[in-house]
Design a binder for this molecule. Sequence first.
Ligand code: GCW
Length: 673
Amino acid sequence: GGDDGYRLWLKYDLIDDVAKRQAYARAAQFIALTGSGPVLRSAAEELQTGLRGLLGKTVPIISSVGSRTGGIVLRAGAPAATPPANREGYQIAADRNTLTISSPSEAGVLYGAFALLRQMQTRQPLDGLSLASSPKVQYRMLNHWDNVDGTIERGYAGGSLWKWYELPERIDPRYRDYARANASLGINGTVINNVNASARFMTAEYLQKVAALAAVFRPYGIRVYLSVYFAAPKTLGKLKTSDPLDPEVRKWWNDKVKEIYQIIPDFGGLLVKANSEGEPGPQDYGRTHADGANMLAEAMKPYDGVVIWRAFVYKADPKADRFRAAHEEFTPLDGQFDPKVIVQVKNGPIDFQPREPFSPLFGSMPKTPLGMEFQLTQEYLGFATHLVYEAPLFKECLDADTYASGKGSTVARVIDGSLHGYRTDGPSRTLMAGVANTGSNLNWTGHPMAQANWYAFGRLAWDHTLSAEAIAREWIGMTLTHNPQATSRIANLMLRSRDIYVDYNTPMGLSRPWTGVHFAPEPWQARSPRPDWTAVYYHRADSVGVGFDRTATGSNALAQYRPEVQQQWNDPETCPLPYLLWFHHVPWTKKLSTGRTLWDELCNRFYTGADSVRWMQQEWAAVKPALDPALHADVAARLVTQHREAIWWRDAWVLYLQTFAKQPIPAPFKKPE
Ligand code: GCW
């Protein structure tokens, strides 16, 4: 039958190249398990499952290797020849006809097992194999914006995976497959509920349900975290206040955290959205983010858990520049956070736009561990009908230079701790989180190609030095096809998809986060429930030009960056075009480096972008023979929608902006569709 997408990149289909299959089979005649821990067991079972599919035979799991050779040996805790950089790292070495996967930890062996399977899934040789890899970031996690009623905020792949009404008794088999998929990437944590949190998750009733999920995830090295409703002491505890400096409130949290750890002994920690978009927080009591975070950190003190405090804040002030808000609120608190706290920062200063400059917080808080928050779910990237491969977006941010300690102070080096050495009194606290794009759809992510975004996030959380292209090729090989021509074509399509989207959606730094579902193009939208939640607030189109002046003549948000960064963006003559309208209000008639006026260049991008979706359709048609027909048809249909919607966005923007620019659409583009 057709491929329904359920198996993601863990497909393990029979290898049709017989010689290759036999070579793998010779190297994998048994799986020797030295130890009995549950995570090690998962490693052995996954290898067995994978090999059964790839090789078409059941490879036995044995407990003692003796003098046997020709198999795979799993070793946790054993000293390796070259020990990996950290506990979760692994080493795979081929020696005397034996493949040994070793790690200081069971989880590391599990990651090594998936790495070995990946070698075979991408048809790499095993002879003389020598692989060593360690995660660059300690907390690699998904954030689910899942609600108690089974809906998902900004979810486009169905309802929540978590069946609260069935838990804790019934365990949906899918929970385990979810864990396998994450573990295969090295993801080791999951926040299972929305940051716009319901206090209900903190009740004894729900904690039992959460514990049941934790029990499924535990053998895969994944810890469970919860988002916190900051006013829970009032709503759940019936206290008069939720003031973080109030002794009764502190006691309530201490008791609550104690209760959580009684039910879930390896609980990962708490994620908090406070004083943001109407959520309660310490500022309701005249306290700071640090006061709030440190109160929770104190409750966490006896346990091996962390407090993750989000920096996504801005006020409902149409006169202020939202771009500046997080930096203004958080940098004065640098050095005040408890060592158990990690501050989680969205990649850009506004809100997961198709292209944003990196957040100026990165590099501005040397004494506070900053974690990265990326969004996998395509809130601003065309939901589940647009094909947008996000790895280039992630890499653009990670590779950006903050100049915090001179040249080469990339965002990635802030995040992985190598720049500021986030080692206070304990282990390093480094974090990368992705807002999940999973849901109850059979194929997990709605758009089949969006699976690649989950995949790419996990791979980059493990190793941010991997290239977007290498990850795409790996994913294609494991998920779509082994045909080399088709692989190159699809990889190229994926790599260009984000820029194409930007061109027809928000070229050159136009921005558009407005109220509602965040899908329809409504650049004219000037009214909303909040004075700052309008389109016109963001793009600033007028009779002179368009774009948000963030230089000294405007909001001066640019001053939040180091001088070297300011220099790149300060001057409208030299500011790279992809960022131009983020920082400058540019006249319609201004000549750009492309030789076109701003108006003509905008039109050029909108039209070329929408036309490029046609190109995507052609490319996709060309790879049809190499792909599963059902999957091919699914994506082809979504591309038809994407093309229609690209034109819709283009026309909405162009016709709206034209009312200000008062210029004709350049001739080459005035052709009938
Ligand atoms: O982008 C906005 C989303 C909200 C979300 C918020 C946040 C969870 O539109 O739905 O709330 O960001 O990140 O807190």
